[in-house]
Design a protein around this ligand. Structure first.
Ligand code: S3P
Length: 450
């Protein structure tokens, strides 16, 4: 499935039970970080289970452009020979991060404290997204950004000559901003401190510690205070990437709404900063089981068992949970449409600056499929139509957004009439095997001629 280029319209229709083992790909957040930290290390990093989605492949290519050696050894098996902290070379050409906000923002952080320049761009979705949230704190290190209006890509970043450490309170709950600051702090002499009011995914902190950096997280009433000591020698590691809970969410939620389903997703990451969706689904009455809870590669993992759950009720999702399930609201909205009663999702304004404006994309698509919705700047409510009660029968615009596309393709599996998406191509950014995996479980999913 191509991530860029000619749109690939796709349709799903009401399906029989989904059954089997869903081997979803590696975690996207962890995969980006594995390549970037591998590139900033001394010696070799070996990664297994790397997500080979377009977003991560674009980061791999970028790390090569900055001078690291990045080699694919086999399926999900990669080796990175790093250049060490401060060792990035100046890329010879523009860095194209495709659709990947995480890729571009983390890479900007990783180069901002090295005296080189790089120009970044991406696809139409990425070029419309705000970069000031990253370039503002990077300026405090001494880096300078020259972008389009609103800090949009294409953007040239001139790294700091003598980076000074920074103390920064993130103005929004964003792991990308936090991570960009920490990565820039690697090559600043002294201690860089990031304060975040609400905890966001902590893969960067865990992985930095694993590569040998001195990094301490304190949990206080004011939030998390993360202190990184600059200029460590990072040492290459052997990393195992768990399966992505954000990708697992799609077959899991499809199983909850398709009659008779029973699936297992083995070995998924269950870092508490990522697991909010599963808690929410359980509160709604979903039949989820977590088996073989264990630790792998510094992250908690388990096998997740999901069964058809016709008794789910709409709930008010606590807004303080938003950061731990920020990528999962689109598919939660689909589950909500198949539950009984209203589901209210508040405190989700960040969804407006994802790969698309996800509040708007979900509200319009659900409304087109006959579901009652309401939105305001930072919330979305969905009127549940009961199990199998969604009329469907619409074509939905996905706005270059992989998660919007997958959400509506899951909706179609339980709707009365088929649901078509205008472009399933972006699914390849995070879940390149989505179509074959879902079909293998029993989903009626097909590509359409335009
Ligand atoms: C990510 C952080 C989140 C999330 C994105 C991945 C990361 O973005 O939406 O898919 O890997 O750090 P924000 O930091 O913008 O919330």
């Amino acid at each position: 499935m191509a991530a860029h280029g000619t749109p690939i319209p796709m349709t799903t229709r009401k399906s029989g039970p989904l059954r089997g083992i869903a081997e979803v790909p590696g975690d996207k957040s962890i995969s980006h970080r594995a390549l970037i930290l591998g590139a900033l290390s001394v010696g070799e990093t070996h990664v297994s289970g790397l997500l080979e989605g377009q977003d991560v492949l674009d980061t791999a290519r970028a790390m090569t452009a900055f001078g690291a050696e990045v080699i694919r050894l086999g399926d999900g098996e990669w080796r990175v020979h790093g250049v060490g902290v401060g060792g990035f070379a100046e890329p010879e050409n523009v860095i194209d991060c495709g659709n990947a906000g995480t890729g571009v923002r983390l890479i900007m952080g990783a180069m901002a404290s090295t005296p080189i320049s790089a120009t970044f761009t991406g696809d139409a979705s990425l070029r419309s997204r705000p970069m000031g949230r990253v370039t503002d704190p990077l300026a405090l290190f001494g880096a300078q950004a020259y972008g389009r209006a609103g800090g949009r890509l294409p953007l040239t970043l001139v790294g700091a000559r003598e980076a000074v450490p920074v103390r920064y309170r993130t103005p929004m709950a964003s792991a990308q901003v936090k991570s960009a600051v920490l990565l820039a702090g690697l090559n600043a002499r002294g201690q860089t401190v990031v304060i975040e009011e609400k905890p966001t995914r902590d893969h960067t902190e865990r992985m930095l510690a694993g590569f040998g950096a001195e990094i301490i997280t304190e949990t206080t009433d004011a939030g998390r205070i993360i202190t990184l000591t600059g200029q460590p020698e990072l040492i290459g590691q052997d990393l195992v990437v768990p399966r992505d809970p954000s990708s697992a969410a799609f077959p899991v939620c499809a199983a909850l709404i398709v009659e008779g389903s029973d699936i297992v997703v083995p070995n998924i990451g269950l870092n508490p900063t990522r697991a909010g969706l599963f808690l929410t689904l359980q509160e709604m009455g979903a039949d989820l089981g977590f088996e073989n809870m264990r630790e792998a590669g510094g992250e908690p993992v388990a096998d997740l068992h999901a069964r058809y759950s016709p008794d789910m009720k709409g709930i008010a999702v606590p807004p303080e949970r938003a950061a731990s399930m920020i990528d999962e609201y689109p598919i939660l909205a689909v589950v909500a449409a198949n539950a009984t009663g209203q589901t209210l999702m508040r405190g989700i304004g960040e969804l407006r600056v994802k790969e698309s404006d996800r509040i708007d994309a979900m509200a319009r698509g659900l409304a087109a499929c006959g579901v009652g919705v309401d939105e305001d700047p930072s919330s979305l409510s969905v009127d549940g139509m009961g199990p199998g009660g969604v009329p469907g029968g619409a074509t939905v615009s996905t706005h270059l957004d992989h998660r919007v596309a997958m959400s509506f393709l899951c909706l179609g599996l339980a709707a009365k009439q088929p649901v078509k998406v205008d472009d399933g191509g972006p699914v390849a950014t995070s879940f390149p095997v989505f179509e074959t995996l879902m079909a293998g479980l029993g989903a009626a999913i097909e590509r359409n001629n335009r």
